[in-house]
Design a protein around this ligand. Structure first.
Ligand code: NDP
Ligand code: 8X3
Length: 251
């Protein structure tokens, strides 16, 4: 059966790859992000291949905007089957005692509060229908802190706690909750983290074959299509030659 899949941060990286893979799976997509022009371009490309796409342009940190957009979904698009809470970012790699509090706020507001906003808006409908799946994009960074990553790691540890907590809260329903924890994925992530220093970002992916957005999207589609009695609760997906958030062997 065709599912309605809502993806946050669908304009780049893992979110964009999820859009492509869920489209290949035959699903209908609600793509959300901050860049309306980019969303429109992606919508046209997917529509040309026969996918039904709706786009919503808002910042997940703006709770009112999120409420308005979700509240105004037209009939036929309201019964969201899969929520992919993907929008997120890391900023900086400074020690905790030297980090930029404004950047901490951006990470916490996006990765934690933005994810909560979307969950709060969409999961009640899933519970009422006794059907649905929340796929949170956590990270290996949520398993253990690494040097300079403490605030980002804390936000991803929070994603684990929020995923585990939600799974408990919906355990008496057929709603499923998955926490996907990628390792090193080559996307725009490091360009954002290093504030546009593309040379520094590129170095991170040298000497090792990193994961791609598609590698993560494949797991998301697999989890969303598992038999109804199977809940893929958590998956850690690392690059080969990566053992943890801080152990990466480059050759
Ligand atoms: P990208 O930078 O390529 O994509 C991030 C996406 O999130 C973009 O579409 C971006 O939109 C969107 N986004 C950021 N902030 C907001 C916001 N406030 N409101 C709405 N959308 C927003 O990085 P990735 O694809 O790698 O990151 C996706 C998720 O995967 C993140 O949660 C990240 O933490 C997680 N992750 C990434 C890993 C990696 O190694 N790349 C590993 C583990 C987890 P815009 O272009 O407008 O900024
Ligand atoms: C992104 C992966 O290891 O750069 O969550 O933090 S890592």
């Amino acid at each position: 059966m065709k599912k309605i899949v809502l993806i946050t941060g669908a304009t780049s990286g893992i979110g964009l790859a999820c859009a492509g893979k869920f489209a290949e799976n035959g699903d209908r997509l609600i793509l959300t992000g901050r860049n309306g022009a980019r969303l429109d371009k992606i919508r046209h490309e997917l529509e040309d291949k026969g996918t039904e796409v709706m786009t919503l342009s808002f910042d997940v940190r703006d709770r009112r905007a999120a409420e308005l957009c979700i509240g105004q979904l037209p009939a036929g698009w309201r019964e969201i089957d899969v929520l992919v809470n993907n929008a997120g970012l890391a900023l900086g790699l400074e020690p905790e005692f030297a980090g930029d509090p404004d950047e901490w706020e951006t990470m916490i507001d996006t990765n934690v509060k933005g994810l909560l906003t979307m969950t709060r808006l969409i999961v009640p409908g899933m519970i009422a229908r006794n059907r649905g799946h929340v796929i949170n994009i956590g990270s290996v960074a949520g398993d253990a802190a690494y040097a300079g990553g403490s605030v980002y790691c804390a936000t991803k540890a929070a994603v684990k706690a929020l995923s585990d907590g939600l799974r408990i809260d919906v355990a008496d329903t057929a709603v499923r909750v998955t926490n996907l924890k990628p390792g090193l994925v080559e996307t725009n992530f490091s360009n954002v983290r290093f504030r546009g220093d593309t040379a520094r970002a590129a170095k991170l992916y040298q000497g090792i074959e990193p994961l791609s957005g598609d590698d993560i999207a494949d797991v998301a589609v697999f989890a969303a299509n598992a038999p109804a009695h199977v809940q893929i609760a958590e998956v850690l997906i690392l690059a080969t030659h990566q053992a943890s958030g801080s152990v990466i062997v480059r050759k």
